[in-house]
Design a protein around this ligand. Sequence first.
Ligand SMILES: [Zn+2]
Length: 405
Amino acid sequence: MTEQLYFDDPLTLDFTAEVTQVLALADGRFGALLPRTYFYPTSGGQEHDTGSLGPARVLDVFKRDGEILHVLDRAIDPGLHPARIDGARRFRNMQHHTGQHILSAAFIAVLGIDSLSANINGDSPSTIDLDTDPASTTGAVSGSDLNRVETFANGVLFEDRPVKSYYVTDADVPHIPFRKPPKVSGRIRVVEVEGLDVTPCGGTHCLSTGMVGMLKIVRTERVNQKLRVHFVAGAQALEFFQQTQAAAQGAALALDTGLDGVVGGIERLQAQLKQANFELEILRDIALEVEAGKLAEAAEPVGTRRLVTARFEGRNPAELRTLAQKLRGRAGTVSLLAAFDGRKLSLVASCADDTGLDARDLLQKHLAPFGGRGGGDARLAQGGGPADRSALDGLFANTKDCLEG
Ligand SMILES: [Zn+2]
């Protein structure tokens, strides 16, 4: 059983490690066993430490059969080695873990909502799952409620209250106001935030609430009918603030306004974009009207009818359809418009009322050579299918016959 020195001293990061055994692990890495260690193993929702042991990197630390295994990137000899824990990672985990105790207690104090579980992650937002369903009428937590919880929790940080850890026995348990009952028995480690929270816990914590620095709820989401709260603490809360400020200042600069004008500036842009799109639609329609007129002027007389054929590359089929709709309204006009996008040939056929022709028949005759499919009504039909560019070449070779026949 490895002695866990981090329990009573979470601030020691450099020490001389006594390595008693080095094992070759199945995945090609190595595992070192120490009779006592300051390296924290993954447990209780908190991630393991990393660092170095002699010349080797400590990549992972976990509990196995009562021992703490230090996973190394290379083999080392048993004996004494200088050991160093990555301080920034450890400290972030301590800030998040202590912050989680305070935030969970704050949800109870302010809103009367219990925490069910927590996940501590110093590199990205940590989470607390709350015993409330935000989709229910009684479980919804408003933004202002979250602000109240956050303000309460940060008030506890400002007061720099002591965070103590100590051990009790099973006999003591009924007399201790635990937020959560212990899951272990025998010698039970207790973490107490003075005047706020008493919890059985085996993690590493700050020595006072001031060391947490700052707590910020980032967002919430509904998971398994519970409310999951994502939060950052300490160094990561500062990074979050810096990133958010940079994004907000970038937006303000782009909008040529102050930070308080960003939302109004975006709303103005959205309104302008809507108006511009509306005007663009009108102009597009006018342009298509002009184009339809030119195509109609250049139509080829076939008997009593006038035939319009046109081939386009990379043109939107919806635009082709609008063009055909405009030609459909012109007396005696039959149109066949094709567009090729590199893989697919699209075809639209239109027949004015007085032509006596059916656009569906015309479409089918032109789609058949390359196996295309489509449909519509007697006045306008549309279709297409996979084809290569050569399908465009002879596409209208027999169109006149269709009109004469
Ligand atoms: Zn804890």
